[in-house]
Design a protein around this ligand. Structure first.
Ligand code: SF4
Length: 436
């Protein structure tokens, strides 16, 4: 039985900051079934879908062994560096009628706060991002019914005209689907056109859970799992790489998580086009899915042990195929994100500057973590901070120097590195102090 609290798990992860001996944990109190799966994997066998499901049921000592193995595999595959990218999110419109039930971002045209940024404003934001050291802009928006069939192409052309060196990471598979329908083109032809106009890569968002039954509940199946896979394959096929994501902690469970990761792995085996896997914990507090409770059993996001499992098991199942596992600080918060670096993760995501999608769904971790703050968080985790490109080319290692300290783009009520001064105490720590 698991008697560990969240504080105990955070303390356990903190205790693994400088690694540990996975063999000791594997030979310890873990169950024979989990030990067998992990031992075979550490000897080179791939973790099957069924074995992934078994690992997702792990708790207590079994989960400790899973974490130790994930941390060991992370070190073997990608070393001790933790990367991040200096990027700005530009959400050019929040008008959308697709009605995804988990979305707190979309508005109707006439609602307060509905917006569609002019191209000049999009490019101005990209220019400011470049001045702040960004190598990437991440552009996504709602599926605004008034967009012309060339709007996405116009955005790319406008940015490339003003900031030619900027990597444009843009348009989710849902937006690609929408744009290709408007243009009456097959996704591959449309993606070729976008690439010629300056598209550098695409976010692998809108994946949610790639399971028909779950998607029906989340998105009314507007973009089916098959269509998501088809568009991502088409993107990889025309030479556009993408991220991969999974949104978990709502109406889903371990069976879906193992199958989702297994499907991403099979796509990667075929295309090699994914740069990373980003687990995205469901943010519930402003999401209609949770607030309106139309669907029985909707949860208020994942628990800490589920966050640990998803990151650690993804590391193990994807080993050798997708070797970059990112923590989403905007969903998890920087403290939990830092803790998960000890559970298989090796990337802290982007500086973002203007995060608004998660904030609209109720996330409260702010809109930006500056490069200097990223470096502080990563160093405090005992790892080596590296600024990278979108496609994971290392650009700057912060061994003997820091990034230029810039104030955040917008004033913040929340200090993302305050937690570095306040460490969690485990039950054991507290008992030791009492008995000392
Ligand atoms: S998630 Fe995207 S497509 Fe779905 S309603 Fe929100 S903005 Fe629209």
């Amino acid at each position: 039985m698991n008697t560990m609290t969240d504080l105990d798990w955070l303390a356990f992860l903190a205790s693994r900051r400088n690694g540990g001996d996975p063999a000791a944990l594997l030979g310890g109190a873990a169950s024979p079934a989990v030990r067998r799966i992990l031992s075979r994997h550490l000897e080179g066998a791939e973790i099957s879908l069924d074995e992934g499901q078994v690992l997702f049921e792990a708790d207590g000592d079994d989960l400790k062994a899973v974490v130790a193995a994930a941390d060991h595999v992370r070190r073997e595959r990608v070393g001790d560096a933790v990367s991040f990218v200096v990027t700005r999110n530009i959400n050019f419109t929040n008008v959308c009628y697709m009605g995804c039930r988990f979305c707190g971002f979309a508005k109707r045209r006439e609602e307060d706060g509905a917006e569609l940024l002019a191209l000049d404003e999009v490019t101005r934001r990209a220019e400011v991002a470049a001045q702040r050291g960004a190598t990437e802009v991440c552009i996504q928006g709602g599926l605004h019914p008034d967009l012309t069939d060339h709007h996405y192409l116009d955005i790319l052309a406008a940015i490339k005209a003003r900031v030619p060196q900027m990597h444009v990471h843009a348009f989710s598979p849902f937006e690609i689907w929408y744009g290709s329908k408007k243009r009456h083109q097959a996704p591959a032809d449309y993606l070729r056109e976008l690439k010629a106009a300056g598209l550098g890569s695409i976010p692998g968002t809108a994946a949610e859970i790639l399971d028909t039954e779950v998607r029906r509940q989340l998105t009314r199946n507007k973009l089916s799992a098959e269509a998501w896979v088809e568009i991502v394959r088409a993107a990889h096929g025309v030479g556009l790489r993408s991220t991969s994501t999974m949104m978990y902690g709502h109406v889903d469970g371990p069976r879906h998580w193992a199958a989702h990761i297994d499907l991403l792995r099979s796509i990667q085996k075929e295309t090699g086009g994914f740069t990373e896997f980003v687990p995205l914990g469901f943010v519930h507090s402003e999401a209609p899915l949770y607030m309106e409770r139309e669907i029985p059993g909707v949860r208020a996001g994942a628990t800490l042990t589920e966050h640990i499992k998803v990151h650690a098991i993804a590391r193990l199942m994807l080993a050798g195929w997708i070797d970059n596992i990112q923590v989403s600080w905007v969903k998890l918060g920087p403290q939990t994100g830092q803790a998960l670096l000890a559970a298989g993760a090796n990337d802290f995501g982007g500086t973002l500057m203007d995060e608004s999608i998660s904030r609209s769904a109720g996330a409260s971790f702010g809109e930006e973590i500056t490069a200097a703050e990223m470096v502080s968080i990563i160093r405090d985790a005992g790892r080596e901070p590296v600024r990278r490109s979108t496609l994971y080319v290392p650009l700057e290692r912060y061994i003997d120097h820091d990034p230029v300290a810039l104030p955040p783009l917008k004033a913040r009520a929340y200090d993302p590195i305050l937690f570095l001064q306040k460490r969690p105490q485990s039950t054991c720590d507290r008992q030791e102090r009492v008995h000392a």
